[in-house]
Design a protein around this ligand. Structure first.
Ligand code: ADP
Length: 632
């Protein structure tokens, strides 16, 4: 039983293929995690890195409390099940299952007990005396599972274990593996390219594409709230319908216009509160996504929760309990690859034939929208920003009928602006009174929806104890004010970066040996920043060596990433020039220049001239510059 932690994990193969990029995930004890994605997306490589069969190029991989980057596979307390079973043909089933335990020199009695128990769990007791070739694919895979479970591993790794089996057996084994997981109460990590397998087995699923994680979520959330068009299209059958179009806000309604077809529908603006206003200009192109089950043949009762449009039927597929009806919302269209084709699920039993013009009802609440360029959701579950019109007048920021004094650090002439206020910049306990609408926990992020001056305002992770009225304020260091397309006020960067090298220094220290002081030669590892050397703890050194190897670590150009609160102004440290004192009211900072780097430092005192900065290396991030890989 163990947690598995992957921090900034990369895999670059010797031929330069970047198979896995910045994989971050905390897998909890006893979870059933599925890595899913099309062939070549990096899922097996990630699993093989966890197993220790591939080196980790950068990042930190932990099983339980142990960093395992350099730990041999046999010492990782894992067991792996492969697609091709990998059984020894000359051994009986019993011997195959017992083999690993013999190597580990367990007693005969213990081996026998474990083999019999595993065979019983897997229903293969009667085959223990047989050879693998006398067994079916499903039975062989059970033997492979048996060999894994007798090792009582902390983590079970399964690489496409069912893909050699026929469809019926696959469904059966799927259920059996799920049962096995609940029985063993062990962490399972399972790789498949089959989304149905992923959806039916995983407690959480990692969807990957081209070496990048697309989304990590529960099956239900992936289905209901895909973060991008790829996830939306990969999960669910038949594939989600995607139309192209634009959104135009008029008053409290938004008109969704479908390109290449003479179709428009209206939805209430409240459905699009989380969208960036730029999407509602009637010009910015979006994908309109709707699943087949959210479209039906229009009936008399379709109320205002649905929009009825027309389509011409091209063909249909009878599935027994329901019919998939294919058609086109461009009544003159009908080409299979057109962006106006539609598929819907019908279970009304109505007679429909090719060429019929039918009314189809779209369930408006289930419409998903994606940016045409980036393919990211236009309606993120947790909105990053509030987009507001505001005015600066007499040193005050006026927005949504509220007023806040600008702190000294925000310098901005009077005038009208657009404000970009991150949801995490709306803080609890300020002087603005807003009304609370809802508070949701979205994958551990607390999203508070407020209304202020009749408009929506989102706050993320602001302390909220319930109640109708909430006092909120703004964290001014995070906001952007824009006039005529130019940023007049920029947010303070969350991290400052410092160019550095990782170096080895010889040192001499004095030690007490048998009551006598002796000078002993030692070696220190640390960062060289702007000409100064800073020794770091063994823990930090080991992380860097784990990610890059000793030779590369000492040659690479690195960047240290530090938050403003993780610097101290001290007697010695990195020499820097204090350029400006920034007073945000509650918090104060100095902006400094260290060599070519600009650094923000949290402080209470106003400094000027030369200062010496001491970063907290235990809290700093480290990036390898050449490949732009975050290693800590
Ligand atoms: P998946 O399991 O999702 O099908 P893999 O993890 O096997 O994908 O592969 C990810 C990428 O890495 C692919 O582009 C693949 O061609 C490449 N790759 C896999 N193994 C090697 C290797 N040993 N050397 C070079 N490239 C590899």
């Amino acid at each position: 039983m163990a947690e598995v932690s992957l921090k900034h994990i990369y895999k670059v193969y010797p031929n330069g293929t970047k198979a896995v990029n910045d994989f971050n995930m905390q897998i909890e004890d006893k979870e059933f995690i599925v890595f899913v994605g099309p062939s070549g997306c990096g899922k097996s490589t990630t699993l093989r890195m966890i197993a220790g069969l591939e080196d980790v190029s950068a990042g930190e991989l932990k099983i339980g409390d142990l960093v395992v980057n350099d730990v041999e596979p046999k010492d990782r307390d894992i067991a792996m099940v492969f697609q091709n079973y990998a059984l020894y043909p000359h051994m009986t089933v019993y011997e195959n299952i017992a083999f690993g335990l013999r190597l580990r020199k367990l007693s005969k009695e213990e081996i026998h007990k474990r083999v019999v128990e595993a065979a019983d769990i897997l229903g293969i007791t009667e085959y223990l005396g047989k050879k693998p070739k006398e067994m079916s694919g499903g039975q062989r895979q059970r033997v492979a599972l048996g060999r894994a479970i007798v090792r009582e591993p902390k983590v079970m790794l399964l690489d496409e274990p069912l893909s050699n089996l026929d469809a019926k057996l696959r469904t059966q084994m799927r259920a059996e593996i799920s049962k096995l997981h609940s029985k063993l109460q062990t962490t399972f990590i399972y790789v498949t390219h089959d989304q149905v397998e992923a959806m039916t087995m995983g407690t959480r699923i990692v969807v990957m594409k081209d070496g990048f994680v697309q989304q990590i979520d529960t099956p239900k959330n992936l289905y209901n709230y895909p973060e991008n068009k790829f996830v939306a299209s990969f999960i669910g059958t038949p594939q989600m319908n995607f139309f192209e179009g634009t959104l135009c806000k008029t008053g409290e309604e938004v008109i969704i216009k479908f390109d290449y077809a003479n179709v428009e529908i209206k939805v209430p603006y409240s459905m699009l509160y989380k969208a960036k206003p730029a999407y509602l200009d009637g010009k910015t192109k979006v994908y309109i996504g709707l699943r087949a089950e959210d479209i039906s043949l229009a009936s008399e009762e379709d109320n205002n929760k649905k929009a009825v449009i027309k389509a011409v039927v091209s063909h249909k597929e009878e599935l027994g309990n329901e019919t998939l009806v294919y058609g086109d919302i461009n009544l003159n269209g009908g080409e299979t690859e057109s962006p106006t084709k539609i598929v819907l699920k019908d279970n009304s039993g109505k007679e429909i034939k090719t060429g019929d013009i039918i009314g189809v009802a779209l369930n408006l609440e289930r419409i998903r929208l994606f940016d045409k360029e980036t393919e990211r959701s236009v309606l993120p579950r947790v909105p990053e920003y509030n987009y507001l019109d505001c005015e600066v007048k007499n040193g005050k920021l006026c927005f949504l009928g509220a007023e806040l004094g600008l702190p000294q650090a925000v310098k901005c002439p009077d005038g009208k602006y657009q404000a970009l206020i991150p949801a995490n910049a709306v803080t609890a306990g300020g002087s603005i009174k807003a009304k609370a609408v809802s508070c949701e926990d979205i994958n551990g992020v607390k999203l508070l929806s407020l209304t202020l001056g009749g408009k929506r305002l989102y706050a993320v992770n602001a302390d909220y104890d319930g109640g109708e009225t909430v006092n909120v304020g703004l964290d001014f260091k995070k906001i952007t004010l824009i006039a005529d397309g130019k940023n007049i006020v920029e947010p303070m960067p969350e991290n400052s970066t410092l160019s550095c090298k990782f170096v080895k220094r010889k040192a001499v220290k004095t030690e007490e040996i048998n009551g006598k002081s002796k000078r002993v030669k030692t070696v220190n590892f640390g960062f060289e920043i702007n000409g100064a050397f800073f020794a770091v703890s063994d823990a930090v050194s080991q992380k860097i060596f784990a990610a890059l190897g000793m030779k590369k670590a000492l040659a690479a150009s690195l960047k240290l990433e530090c938050r403003a609160e993780d610097f101290a102004v001290s007697e010695n440290g990195i020499a820097a020039e204090a350029e400006e004192f920034l007073n945000f009211g509650g918090e104060k900072f100095i902006r400094c220049k260290a060599g070519a780097d600009t650094v923000y430092v949290k402080t209470e005192k106003e400094y000027s001239g030369v200062v010496y900065l001491m970063p907290d290396f235990e809290k700093a991030g480290v990036v390898e510059t050449e490949r732009d890989i975050k290693i800590i």
